[in-house]
Design a protein around this ligand. Structure first.
Ligand code: F6R
Length: 262
């Protein structure tokens, strides 16, 4: 795993943007895997700004989001579909039929939606670049601790800590769903390249578990150690519990010197 330690959340987003732009420059019909939550907001703002400047087009891009709450319609303001529309899709030229989330309004349809989502990803040729955030408990997508490392898209119950962390996105009195459809860990590992972004001291333990811990379902993000092309972009606070922090900074310095940095 490549570990890039940068100053702050803003720099995490700008490095994440550089990886995304490189992917789109290399392949105009790239397939992106996208995340929601607080972390990718600054990245999406940078993508929108680049689109506004005429530097990027998403006309041929396809995207698959990691997850969506069960039972929320796409126009519910707290659905991840609405989030993506607000923050990215509605502000760039991606074709709406090419921007997918695992939407399931009727619990009876869960199995079909999950099966179909996997089929659609394969049909699109697989994900070229998967963008990930990181939960405080080490989750990626909504693969909470004890998720199978071989899992595929399915319904998951969110951990109490995840619900508490995400309660900030819901207004008082609004029902917060406790289940979501999420890509599985194996679905994520099937992506050709993965960029995980994390900032803040509240992510430090999860970052350490992901990079230096054993590969274990206890910290789902540790499964990324099994992937040959992962870059973890973390800020100083999120990197604060890494034992080999100086080593990762040394490698990044050498890569900069060799002109191998993105
Ligand atoms: C969101 C997702 C989650 C978040 C994670 C971190 O689609 O899959 O894994 O990336 O919960 O959330 P933030 O960025 O809000 O800290």
């Amino acid at each position: 795993m490549d570990v890039l330690i940068v100053d702050d959340a803003e720099s995490v987003a700008s490095r994440g943007f550089a990886f995304t732009r490189r992917c789109l420059d290399q392949k105009s019909d790239a397939v992106l895997g996208l995340a929601t939550g607080g972390t990718p907001l600054a990245l999406y703002a940078l993508l929108v700004a680049a689109y506004d400047r005429g530097e990027l087009t998403f006309d041929k891009v396809r995207s698959f989001n990691l997850d969506e709450y069960l039972g929320l319609s796409p126009d519910h303001p707290q659905s991840y579909s609405a989030y993506m529309q607000r923050e990215l899709f509605g502000r760039i030229d991606i074709q709406s039929r090419n921007a997918q989330l695992p939407v399931c309004e009727d619990p009876e349809d869960v199995d079909e939606v999950c099966f179909d989502y996997e089929k659609q990803i394969i049909g699109a040729g697989g994900i070229d670049l998967q963008i990930l955030g990181l939960g405080e408990n080490g989750h990626i997508g909504f693969n909470e601790p004890a998720s199978s490392l071989a899992s595929r898209t399915r319904l998951k119950t969110l951990a109490r800590g995840t619900l508490e962390a995400n309660a900030r996105f819901f207004h008082a009195g609004e029902t917060q769903p406790v289940t979501a459809i999420t890509m599985g860990i194996q679905t994520i590992l099937d992506a050709r390249e993965i960029v995980l972004m994390a900032s803040g001291a509240n992510k430090a333990a999860a970052v350490a578990g992901m990079i230096e811990g054993p590969v274990s379902a206890f910290c789902p993000a540790s499964a990324l150690q099994l992937h040959p092309s992962v870059t973890a972009i973390v800020d100083q606070d999120a990197a604060s519990q890494l034992k080999l922090k100086g080593f990762y900074e040394w490698i990044a310095l050498q890569n900069d010197r060799l002109g191998r940095s993105v």
